[in-house]
Design a protein around this ligand. Structure first.
Ligand code: NAP
Ligand code: MG
Length: 489
């Protein structure tokens, strides 16, 4: 009798699409970018510049000014003047109109923003086009609406602006994080000095162009590019009333220490290591797609990425088999191609960090599984990776990797999975897949995570607050909660 073999899907032939790269001809990038201070583009005091590259091909995109203490000082002075003389005196409804105008201009130039975001940061154009840019514009629209309604948001509490806000953002959602920071700050009547991440400064500088075009009074928003030292100069500046930081837990701790004993208000949005939980009664195919969306799209460069999978034992084999099959169909490659699922890792340094963790995972005794896809020779790319047979004490389970790497554990009972999910220094987000509403409510109250998604993952909306527990930080961004971070009462 002939031996029975399992039919194999030929993914290579059935999933080969013709390349569909986004056009870059409409993009107008300058060779050199200056600092945006007091409504003008100005050269840095020391005349220093750094290069920002395209991580998908390692080519230099532009030179960008490096701000030092003198420049930060100038930016804070401009923000203070604008606050004292213009912004705090303007009727709130007028402030709202400017914020609305920025949102409209961003929408009009959405395609340009999306392509630049992808060029500078390496994320797939599908993400920047359909998620980052529309959400960024929506944040400005949403907070424009709040500007003249603060008294209704906080009845009988007389909300007042704080003054000058220093804002520092990371590289994984460069434009979106700028919007999360700037829009509520302006709506509440503050002025701003913002520092984008070193590897992804370009969309923030494009935003500066839009801000100039919108006629926003000079000095209300200042954008200073540079490295960690520039960020530290903002944090330590004596004339800043509030620091809003999104980035790693390590830098968050440094910031918290340096402003201890000052009057500065602080919000910290830090790292994460989300538990993604699948119960036996879950819609398995949707759940598998949710897991893929939660960790592999956007290269795992998401603070709330579902990087720890917990599968209930009865369905573990099936889920793992389906995940492996799905992994084979993921396309890693040119981020400007609309077919691409996983783009470039943001920087050489980040790729090295991911490789370091792959090595640690193997040394810890976990079984590594990677897809067989081809990856471009140039640029920083990483195959989607699963780690099976992991345990709670493994470093790959406890530490944030920030790459397309998923650790998998199984569980039997609800109590067990809650304990495992919470047994971690982070508490930013989590995901639950089950058919039972009661199970969802039980878990959402017991999981120590700022956001818990049920039967979906990575869904964002400007009306919804976002933020962490424990070492994932404190304070909320988005929604009405996001307003109180920029007000005193
Ligand atoms: P990072 O190294 O902490 O950097 C974040 C920002 O801080 C960058 O602009 C960075 O400048 C600046 N910076 C570095 N050292 C500084 C210092 N001593 N003082 C002041 N500023 C300083 O984080 P990252 O690697 O860019 O971003 C990834 C991290 O962000 C992950 O841990 C992720 O989970 C977290 N994240 C959290 C959220 C959230 O909402 N909770 C959202 C997105 C990302 P340079 O770029 O020049 O180094
Ligand atoms: Mg870059």
């Amino acid at each position: 009798m002939a031996k029975k073999t399992t039919p194999q899907l030929d993914f290579n032939s059935s999933w080969n699409y013709a390349p569909a790269p986004e056009d870059t001809k409409h993009i107008n990038l300058k060779k050199q970018y200056e600092l945006f201070i007091d409504g003008k583009f100005v050269k840095p005091a020391k005349g220093k510049y750094f290069e920002t590259i395209n991580p998908a091909n390692e080519e230099v995109l532009a030179k960008v000014a490096e701000a030092d203490e003198t420049d930060v000082n100038k930016a804070v002075k401009a923000a203070r003047n604008a606050y004292n003389n213009v912004w705090s005196k303007m009727p709130a409804a007028e402030r709202g109109k400017y914020i609305y105008r920025i949102a409209r201009l961003m929408q009009e130039r959405a395609r340009e923003f999306a392509v630049i975001e992808t060029l500078d940061g390496g994320k797939p154009i599908r993400e920047s086009r359909d998620i980052d840019v529309p959400l960024a514009a929506n944040h400005f629209f949403y907070y424009a609406g709040w500007a003249d309604k603060l008294a209704y948001a906080f009845p009988n509490r007389k909300p007042q602006a704080l003054g000058v806000a220093g804002q520092i953002i990371p590289w994984n959602f460069p434009l979106l994080m700028a919007a999360w920071k700037i829009a509520p700050a302006l709506a509440c009547g503050n002025t701003v000095v913002l520092k984008p991440a070193e590897t992804t400064p370009l969309t923030a500088l494009k935003l500066a162009e839009i801000i100039q075009e919108s006629g926003l009074p000079n000095g209300v928003v200042n954008i200073v590019t540079g490295a960690g030292k520039t960020g530290a100069a903002i944090v330590n500046h004596p004339d800043i009333d509030k620091i809003a930081f999104t980035g790693s837990t390590d830098v968050g701790k440094i910031i918290q220490k340096s402003i201890a004993g000052t009057n500065k208000k602080l919000t910290l949005e830090l790292g994460g290591k989300a538990a993604h939980i699948i119960f036996e009664d879950a819609p398995i195919d949707q759940a598998v797609e949710g897991i893929v969306n939660g960790i592999f799209f956007n290269q795992g460069h998401v603070c709330c990425a579902g990087s720890r999978l917990f599968v209930q034992e009865g369905v573990a084999d099936m889920v793992i088999r389906k995940l492996k099959d799905r992994l084979e169909t993921l396309i890693v490659g040119d981020p400007l191609d609309k077919n691409t699922d996983i783009g470039a890792i943001n920087s050489k340094g980040q790729l090295e960090t991911i490789h370091k963790y792959l090595k640690i995972g193997k040394e810890e005794g976990a079984d590594m599984y990677q897809s067989n896809c081809s990856i471009p020779k140039k640029g920083y790319f990483c195959r989607p990776t699963l780690f099976l047979n992991t345990s709670q004490s493994h470093r790959i389970v406890q530490e944030e990797i920030f790459g397309p790497v998923l650790t998998i554990q199984t569980f039997r009972t609800v109590e067990e999975v809650i304990e495992k999910a919470n047994n971690i220094p982070y508490g930013l987000s989590a995901g639950v897949w089950t058919d039972k509403g009661s199970k969802i409510f039980n878990l959402t109250t017991k999981l120590r995570a700022g956001v818990v998604w049920a039967n979906t993952y990575n869904k964002f909306d400007p009306t919804s607050p976002f933020g962490g527990y424990k070492e994932s930080g404190f304070g909320r961004e988005g929604g009405m909660h996001g307003l109180s971070a920029y007000l005193k009462f």
